[in-house]
Design a protein around this ligand. Sequence first.
Ligand code: FES
Length: 162
Amino acid sequence: MSATGGISASLGIWRYNALWITFGIGGVVAYFIHFIYIIMISFKVNHRPVDVDASPDMPLLWVLRDLLGLTGTKFGCGVVQCGACTVHLNGEAVRSCVTRVSRAAGQEVLTVEGLSANNDHPLQLAWAELDVPQCGYCQSGQLMSAAELLRGFDLSPGTRFS
Ligand code: FES
């Protein structure tokens, strides 16, 4: 994704356009007013407590990437189609591009950075052994989706699938 694409996405230009088309100038004014409505939101990311100052409807993806510097989670489509932005919210895989950060308040978020401390999660080992990544852009989302799929199995670090 280009830098321009990232900035446009983080500013929610798509939403601006949708509001303009739907509600005219009133919708656009409301969109910019929502930037004034920034509050502190507390939750856990990768087992550590964090406090962020954000608009409650800011997508969790941009909070993770732009405010917390966790860039392992990627922006792909922004419309729940590709899965590149997948993280766990209380152990359940969610698409962070459309998950409001207010939904994470008081909850536990797990990103690919928190999957293991030393890149020794069984899925990460299998990914490397089987040369899964290819271009690698969406692999964090694939890993987080697979981790949820295998929930209930022994996924402690060092475990190997046979
Ligand atoms: S960025 Fe594609 S599903 Fe979220």
